[in-house]
Ligand binder design. Sequence first.
Ligand SMILES: [Zn+2]
Length: 110
Amino acid sequence: MTESLNKSIADYFTVEEIKRLTLPSNFRYGSNIYTCGAVEYISNEPVRVEAWVGGLDGTVAEGGGSRRRVEFVSSPKGLIWNCTGNPKNHQIFCKHCVALALDIINKKTV
Ligand SMILES: [Zn+2]
């Protein structure tokens, strides 16, 4: 079977998949960031998405915190994510990644 080279970013994400990638607390925080609409796209292509995420007032639990730049890239080896808030070589799927992924899912179903 031949597959196209790279899956589109949206094809990687379901709510279940995001929950598998991240921690329950980050899923909660990221959901709040997404619900508050704190996702601003820099570029939005099928295989590469970049956005500013966060920057809300309030507590961390409410989705508050610094604004970070998040990038998702669909590579031949799979999904690569990058958040400027994460230390180098320690790329957890953080709350900013969760917020952007939820936004992408929402756009897909609309
Ligand atoms: Zn982050």
